[in-house]
Write a protein of this length. Structure first.
Length: 325
């Protein structure tokens, strides 16, 4: 059925005749359609919505006009500000170029200065190695261990040998831990022990001897003796114990000890897993046999430990090692 035609509406109630409904088409809109503004600008002009739904295109002229309107500036002031900005950028670029040029010119001098410092350091090390005196480690044929220093001490019949050694003990200038070997020239081990009034049985067993000082809590004396037979040497030491302080005299005398010596009584101790004997009197004396062919006599455990460490650092000759097994 076409629009505008008559439409007959039927009902279900009885035989009531249908009513005719006339459809009238809408009249066309004539005249101008006005858009209602959404807000009012600060200047009092109405602001209309963007009915086209398209984004506004920003132009330099529009941005310039907006900036002039916001800041109350003029075209001349904006152009002047732009020129000042360009001038600042050029000045910064110029400064950066000058700084790069300065660094480029300075780089060779920095390299030269670094090389000069390295050269001075090398020269200083070489000069120190050449001109600064160094203490050489001395190893003599008659010594059992290596020594840091060596001093020859000759026996004098007019002075007790222990007194001579005692003077050298308190006069020697040693650094902590150093060992000084006191040599006696061609004097034999038996002759040196005789000067100490050691038992004749010990003198007969002595093959070689070393006298020395160990820098620990002042200079500490020590005697190292190579013996031929352990049992006889050990028995000789037991017989010497009561008179050892008087025999060793000033060489072993403590700082405030009696010059005449005293009777010493010994007891068993263990030092570095080695059986030793130590005096219980005001005269500290200690002796031990680290090997069956070697006897150490000193005043303290630290000196024995130092001698043992140096004995390990200097291996025995093959023949002597076989004899000590």
């Amino acid at each position: 059925m076409a629009m505008g035609d008559h439409h007959t509406e039927t009902t279900d109630a009885g035989n009531t005749p249908p009513k005719e409904v006339q459809i009238v088409p809408a009249a066309p809109v004539t005249g101008e359609i006005k858009t209602i503004p959404t807000s009012v600008s600060p200047e009092g002009t109405p602001v209309y919505p963007n009915t086209t739904q398209l984004p506004r295109i920003r132009t330099y002229a529009a941005d310039l006009s907006e900036e002039i309107r916001k800041k109350g500036a003029t075209l001349s002031t904006i152009v002047g500000a732009e020129r000042e900005r360009s001038a600042r950028e050029l000045s910064l670029d110029h400064r950066a170029d000058e700084q790069k040029e300065t660094e480029r010119k300075r780089a060779p001098w920095l390299v030269i200065g670094a090389l000069m410092l390295v050269g001075i350091g090398v020269i200083a090390v070489i000069a120190a190695y050449i001109f600064i005196p160094r203490e050489e480690v001395i190893i003599t044929d008659s010594s059992f261990i290596f020594a840091n220093k060596e001093l020859e001490v000759r026996p004098d019949e007019r002075i007790a040998f222990a007194e001579i050694l005692g003077r050298e003990r308190f006069a020697s200038n040693l650094s902590l831990g150093e060992i000084q070997h006191l040599t006696t020239g061609t004097t034999s081990a038996a002759e040196i022990l005789a000067l100490f009034n050691a038992p004749e049985s010990l003198q007969r067993e002595a093959r070689d001897i070393m006298l020395g000082l160990h820098a620990f809590d002042r200079n500490q004396p020590f005697i190292i003796i190579e013996v031929a037979q352990f049992d006889r040497a050990y028995g000789a030491m037991l017989s010497w114990e009561p008179n050892m302080a008087r025999s060793l005299g000033s060489f072993f005398r403590p700082l405030n000890g009696d010059k005449a010596g005293t009777t010493t009584i010994f007891s068993d101790v263990v030092v570095k897993n080695i059986d030793a004997r130590r005096s219980q009197s005001a005269w500290p004396i200690m002796y031990a046999f680290p090997r069956r062919d070697l006897l150490i006599i000193t005043t303290n455990e630290s000196t024995i430990a130092e001698i043992l460490s140096r004995l390990i650092a200097r291996p025995l000759p093959a023949a002597q090692e076989n004899e000590s097994i």
